[in-house]
Ligand binder design. Structure first.
Ligand code: TRP
Length: 441
């Protein structure tokens, strides 16, 4: 089968980085960091990114390039059809994540417009509540899904690659400018010590909640556990050095999240907003408050939300692309009708979240702290135990470093499954508690 490949060497990296960098970095990371107590969360998160995230990213890249398929078809191509279950877990996670991701993407569009009209200036807290739930939230959720579906329907080369090329560099540039601006605010000092000086006692005392939250965030932000990176690598030529590509993706993604914290916390502390208080709205409420009071804040705000919308779009493309690629490869359906149908279903799944914020955590925790971790665990077990020899061979194409490849396969065999099993246990336990507290108690 003649499959499309990336048009340029840079195309893959930009699209993979475009997938990784999104609401996870700029909305979810700061809000989880605020809820989990600042620097303690940052430390555990960074550990997970380096020790688990990077090896699992390589697992996905190896499977994708080896099989040239979407994650479900990949296991058939690799003659291991029993492992298809891992791909199914990923596809389910994709439906759930994109359903609420698109709702939050809709908020971003509303905030972009509101920055220009001044609609949130009078009462940012109230404005968030009116933005987040209701028929307007449903309408902007529909608009966001429509944009995502349009780009996916245009196909991998014309849509994703061209978009990512412009978007990712502008995101980094704008965050640096905003972080520089944040450093001049009066709350910057307090913000930096909250965000950057970890306390070992706090980490140990809160480990059972920090571990699943930080692991879920590491997977979410790197787009791992549901086969996005499998799919992107399936369009990849054999001359790429996967170690170097994975390192580039991880470093840029982590840098953007870190920068987002440097933007968000100085604004929060300057406004006297408790960083953990606002939940999913924290970033929106506090930034809107800040933009409302700043000189030329409307323009700064519009720039910020435009950038956030772009980051969200490139990430959302990647989730929809996985599911579409599966349907196109498996059933031979044409890309455009498949995209429209799947986007429509995901839109419907997201409607409860757009009407009532309670569902956001219900979806989000299930997908990230359980399904993505399970997906990553299965992919790692497959590569580590069933497919190790060929995986090493694949990894060495274009890179050739034997020692690193062997070190990687042992990490994937032993360390990654042990840590992810424990994480999964904590994630399930935490989710059960959450469900009882939210719906029963
Ligand atoms: N990584 C993206 C973000 O941080 C979200 C995302 C895109 C994602 N593709 C994914 C999350 C696949 C989990 C799985 O915003």
């Amino acid at each position: 089968m003649a499959r499309e490949t990336w048009a340029t060497r840079l195309g893959f990296i930009l699209a993979a980085v475009g997938s990784a960098v999104g609401l996870g970095n700029i909305w979810r990371f700061p809000f989880l960091t605020g809820e989990a107590g600042g620097a303690a969360f940052l430390v555990v998160y960074l550990l997970f990114v380096a020790v688990i995230g990077l090896p699992v990213l390589l697992v996905e890249l190896v499977i994708g390039r080896r099989s040239n398929r979407n994650p479900i078809g990949a296991f058939e191509a690799l003659e291991a059809p029993n492992w298809k279950f891992a791909g199914v877990v990923g596809a389910v996670a994709g439906f759930i994540i994109l359903s609420y991701y698109s709702v939050v993407g809709g908020w971003v569009i509303q905030y972009l417009i509101a920055s220009l009209t001044g609609a949130y200036a009078a009462n940012p807290g109230e404005y968030f509540l009116s933005t987040a739930s209701g028929l307007n939230a449903v309408a902007f959720h529909a608009l966001f899904m429509g944009l995502v579906a349009t780009v996916v329907a245009l196909g991998i080369r014309d849509g994703l690659e061209r978009a990512a090329k412009v978007m990712v560099p502008s995101i980094v540039f704008l965050l640096v400018v905003l972080a520089g601006y944040g450093s001049t605010l009066s709350g910057a000092g307090a913000a930096y010590s909250y965000y950057l000086s970890p306390d070992v006692g706090t980490i140990v005392a809160n480990a059972t909640s920090l571990i699943p939250d930080a692991a879920g965030q590491a997977f979410f932000t790197l787009s791992l556990g549901m086969g996005v990176m499998v799919t992107y690598a399936s369009y990849l030529g054999e001359d790429r050095n996967l170690f170097r590509d994975a390192g580039t993706i991880v470093v840029i993604d982590t840098l953007v999240a870190f920068l987002a914290g440097l933007v968000v916390f100085p604004f929060l502390f300057t406004q006297g907003v408790e960083p953990g208080s606002g939940g999913a709205g924290a970033v929106f409420i506090s930034l809107a408050t800040a933009f409302a009071e700043l000189p030329a804040g409307g323009v700064v705000g519009a720039v910020f939300f435009f950038m956030l919308g772009i980051a969200a779009l490139t990430s959302a493309f990647s989730i929809l692309e996985v599911v579409v690629s599966y349907v196109v490869d498996t059933y031979g359906v044409a890309r455009k009708p498949a995209t429209v149908a799947i986007a429509g279903i995901i839109f419907l799944v997201g409607i409860p979240t757009a009407l009532d914020l309670t569902y956001l955590d219900t979806y989000d925790l299930l997908a990230n702290n359980i399904l993505l971790i399970l997906g990553g665990l299965l992919l790692s077990l497959f590569v580590g135990w069933r497919y190790a020899g060929e995986a090493i061979e694949e990894l060495r194409k274009g890179s050739g470093d034997a020692t690193l490849s062997v070190a990687w396969i042992w990490i994937v065999r032993l360390l990654v499954p042990a840590v992810l099993l424990y994480t999964l246990y904590l994630g399930i336990e935490g989710y059960a508690e959450f469900l009882v507290e939210t719906y029963i108690a």
